[in-house]
Design a protein around this ligand. Structure first.
Ligand SMILES: O=C(O)COP(=O)(O)O
Ligand SMILES: [Mg+2]
Length: 221
C-alpha cells in the first residue's frame, strides 16, 4: 500500500488522463465540429493540450486556434452543441484504460475505501464510458463538470463529495493528472496524488507540487 493512503477513507479520481486515455475520441469529435465549419482539423497533439477544463472550454480553444481569434458567443454555443452530439455518439470508441486502473480500483474498494469520480467532463458521458470498461460498480458517487455550478480547479466538487459522506477533507485523497486536480484538492483540504502520463496543458504535473507522484495506479496498492 502506498504511504499516502494511511488514514485515507475516501478517494476522488479524475477521469480523463488519469483513468482513461480519451483524447482519440475527444479529438475526433473536435475535428468533426471543425470540418462542419470548413475549418482545418486540430488533431490529437493539440487536443491533448486543450483538455482539462470541460467540453465547452475545449471547443472554445479549438475554435480560437482555427479562427485566429476567440469565437462569437453564438458560434461557441453552436460548436459546443455539435461537439456534444458527435462525442456522445460513441464516447468510448477509441478510448483506452491506462495500465493498472482495474487492479487499483479493485484493491482499493476491497480494502474498504470509498471511491468517487470527480471529472470536468459532462456528466452524461461518465456512465457509458465507465460501463464500457466494467468500472461503474466501483464508484459510490460521480460528479461531472456540469453537476455543480463550479468545476475543478474550484474545490466545490471535492467539498461536496466529502460532505456527502460526512468525512473530514483531511481523510480524503484527490488523484489526478492535471494542475486543476491538484489545485482543487489542495483548496479542499484533500491530500493530492498525481500521475504524470495524462494531460496537463503540456506542462509537467510535478510543477503543481502534489503531495505524491506515482508512475501508474498500480503503485497505489
Ligand atoms: O473534460 C475535461 O476537460 C477533462 O476531464 P477530467 O477532469 O476528467 O480530466
Ligand atoms: Mg484529467
Amino acid at each position: 500500500m502506498h504511504p499516502i493512503l494511511k488514514d485515507i477513507r475516501l478517494i476522488s479520481f479524475d477521469l480523463d488522463g488519469t483513468l482513461i486515455d480519451s483524447v482519440p475520441d475527444l479529438a475526433a469529435a473536435v475535428d468533426k465540429v471543425l470540418e462542419e465549419l470548413d475549418l482545418p482539423p486540430a488533431g490529437e497533439v493539440k487536443v491533448t493540450r486543450w483538455v482539462g477544463n470541460g467540453a465547452q472550454k475545449l471547443v472554445e480553444r479549438a475554435l480560437t486556434d482555427a479562427l485566429g481569434e476567440p469565437p462569437e458567443v453564438e458560434s461557441l454555443e453552436a460548436g459546443h452543441r455539435r461537439f456534444l452530439y458527435h462525442y456522445g455518439r460513441d464516447p468510448g470508441a477509441r478510448t483506452r484504460l491506462y495500465p493498472g486502473v482495474c487492479e487499483a480500483l479493485d484493491a482499493l474498494q476491497a480494502g474498504g475505501r470509498i471511491l468517487t469520480l470527480v471529472t470536468n467532463k459532462p456528466y452524461a458521458f461518465i456512465e457509458p464510458i465507465l460501463a464500457q470498461f466494467g468500472l461503474e460498480r466501483h464508484f459510490a458517487l460521480c460528479l461531472g463538470g456540469d453537476s455543480l455550478p463550479q468545476k475543478k480547479p474550484d474545490p466545490a466538487p471535492l467539498l461536496h463529495v466529502a460532505a456527502h459522506f460526512d468525512l473530514p477533507p483531511s481523510t480524503c485523497l484527490m488523484v489526478g493528472d492535471s494542475r486543476h486536480d491538484i489545485a482543487a484538492g489542495r483548496a479542499a483540504g484533500f491530500r493530492t496524488l498525481a500521475v504524470p502520463y495524462g494531460y496537463n496543458h503540456g506542462e509537467p504535473v510535478q510543477n503543481s507540487l502534489p503531495d505524491a507522484l506515482i508512475e501508474t495506479l498500480k503503485e497505489l496498492v
